[in-house]
Design a protein around this ligand. Sequence first.
Ligand SMILES: Cc1cc2nc3c(=O)[nH]c(=O)nc-3n(C[C@H](O)[C@H](O)[C@H](O)COP(=O)(O)O)c2cc1C
Length: 385
Amino acid sequence: MFTPRVSSFYSVDDFHHAARRRLPPFVYDVVAGGASHELALRRNIKAFNDIVIVPRIGLDTSVITTEVTFFGVKYAAPFGIAPLGLCGLVHPNGDILLAKAAAKFRIPYVASTTASISVEKIADACGVAPWFQLYASKSAELTYQLIDRVERLGCPVLIVTVDTAAAGRRLRDLHNGLTLPFHLNARHLVQAASSPIWGIRRLLAGNVRFPNIEDASQKGKKLPFADLMAMQTGGILDWTVLRQVRQRWSGIMLLKGVLSPADAVFAESIGVDGLILSNHGGRQLDCAPAPISVLPDIVSTNLRKKFLAVDSGVRSGGDVVKALVRGADMAFFGRAFLFALAAGGEKCIDQLINILLEETRNTMALSGILSADAKSRSNFGDTEK
Ligand SMILES: Cc1cc2nc3c(=O)[nH]c(=O)nc-3n(C[C@H](O)[C@H](O)[C@H](O)COP(=O)(O)O)c2cc1C
């Protein structure tokens, strides 16, 4: 029987409440907020809440397994940790804490281009090269440098994020006067004073850095941060560029941020190995559909043979099972892990993974789903909207 180690945490919501208490409000807003009126953010949660699973009975649920195999590697569960830039704002060592927990529990972890710790240091700390998420730069040279760098490191999967044609308008950040690179103003410092642990850690660690892109230099010259960020957005990622990235990267390549069946079909035609259906957790296009809602349309394009994952609004192991039932191979959690990181670092991340594992198993048992692996999909129950 599962016994939580920190008695007050039993669900993602519990970590969320703790994160709200422990982070300065302007940092909490970076994590919890979404774009524009936050309609997509709310739509994502509602879409998962509205799905029900019609349970099957009469099965031997003692043999349940949450194990799945992706690209020849066996993982303990059909969920992983999505790429999270700005992780260092929550905790200076956040990227490493998340990556180490993922390695320990054998679940996928995706290092972000805008991680606060270099992908090499992350790999070194946990003894395994992570999946890597790429923001293509306006400079093809910089993009290729980064691709070659993570290929040399042995990252097995490259995830190209395709939903940042423009920067999301995050109103909370605008109201909070947040700029990049971070310059804490008087209001931020007053807020930090009420979160002393966060404040002391930040003070000791210095400014949040983005080593994966800061270290990328042209002829050895470091580029100012604003220039680097400007290179990441702005409609540069057309299908020609995606084809070029596909040709350059010889490993597994996924696109993250696809929501339209037509784009899914096109992605397959350029040789992409799979998709992560995502609206960036409601941080980009506020009128985007919830990815879990469009999943059946994408499945019916017959891309089932390819890897299909979903994120945005996943808040429990029950949501993971809903994603599987609707045809996904796995689901990714974003904010849930930042909440746990803020709530109590390593101990809370471990506990979150244990809770998610327990919730996944519990929902599978009660639904009569014996295996999380797509190969056993015939065991899956029906869903109703
Ligand atoms: C603070 C924060 C930073 C993020 N940074 C990235 C990033 O660097 N690259 C990326 O592809 N997605 C990024 N995302 C989006 C997540 O990868 C994921 O799509 C999203 O968080 C899933 O939604 P959820 O938070 O509702 O689980 C970020 C999300 C948050 C909340």
